[in-house]
Design a protein around this ligand. Structure first.
Ligand code: SF4
Ligand code: SF4
Length: 206
């Protein structure tokens, strides 16, 4: 566009007219093209990152979360209507976990502080390596009897759970095998609605 045809308003900004709309639209299209910077990469703080050290090298589950009501087998932030306990189905044991996990001792006295929607806390049941473990649940690489996260990648020369560190594709940083965060995910979890249906059908056993 010719600068000579443009009206310049206070501050030096050009006022575009109908003749310049084609160029302005082309600029907007170019700026809207996806590029490598388009996806947002969360920080460790935004992902509620927890180190293996902080969790004493235990995988994360409701059973080592401060929000767990160990007597009632419920979660203090999900309310009394959601049963939260390990379950076994077809020889596989599943451990509950959500993105709001906070490492520590479960609560001996039952209390509730919220009724969070499990869809918004990513409540799920995690496939343990084998039944009857003292601890299982989520961590990055699946070490310490945990289940590995889909976002944890290694060079593939050894199993993920034997690797000391790996690359987290979600956070775009190197993490330790026993670390964990709220973005943990795997493709063989039990979704929370399935899990509570199974718990109901098993009459709360396990
Ligand atoms: S559902 Fe989440 S917040 Fe509640 S006990 Fe389990 S990990 Fe903790
Ligand atoms: S590998 Fe998974 S659990 Fe570990 S930091 Fe990345 S997203 Fe979180």
């Amino acid at each position: 566009m010719s600068r000579g045809n443009l009206t310049i308003e206070d501050g030096g900004f050009p006022v575009y007219k109908a003749a310049q709309i084609g160029k302005v639209n082309a600029m907007r299209r170019a700026k809207s093209l996806p590029d490598l910077e388009t996806p947002i990469v969360p920080t460790k703080g935004q992902a509620l990152f927890t180190t293996a050290e902080e969790m004493h090298n235990e995988p994360a589950s409701c059973y080592n979360c401060q929000m767990y009501n160990s007597g009632a087998k419920t979660c203090s932030i999900h309310g009394p209507r959601i049963p939260i306990r390990k379950l076994q189905k077809d020889g596989i044991e599943y451990w509950p976990h959500c993105a709001a996990f906070l490492y520590g001792e479960p609560k001996a006295e039952t209390s509730y502080s919220a009724q969070r929607d499990p869809d918004y806390t990513a409540l799920k049941w995690i496939n343990a390596p084998k039944p009857g473990l003292e601890r299982s649940g989520a961590n990055c690489g699946g070490c310490d009897q945990g289940d590995d996260c889909d976002h944890y990648s290694t060079d593939g020369k050894i199993e993920k759970w034997n690797s000391p560190t790996g690359f987290c594709r979600a956070l775009q940083v190197t993490v330790a095998c026993g670390d964990e965060c709220a973005l943990w995910w795997d493709d063989d979890i039990l979704e929370w609605r399935q899990a509570i249906k199974i718990i109901g059908s098993q009459n709360g056993a396990s």
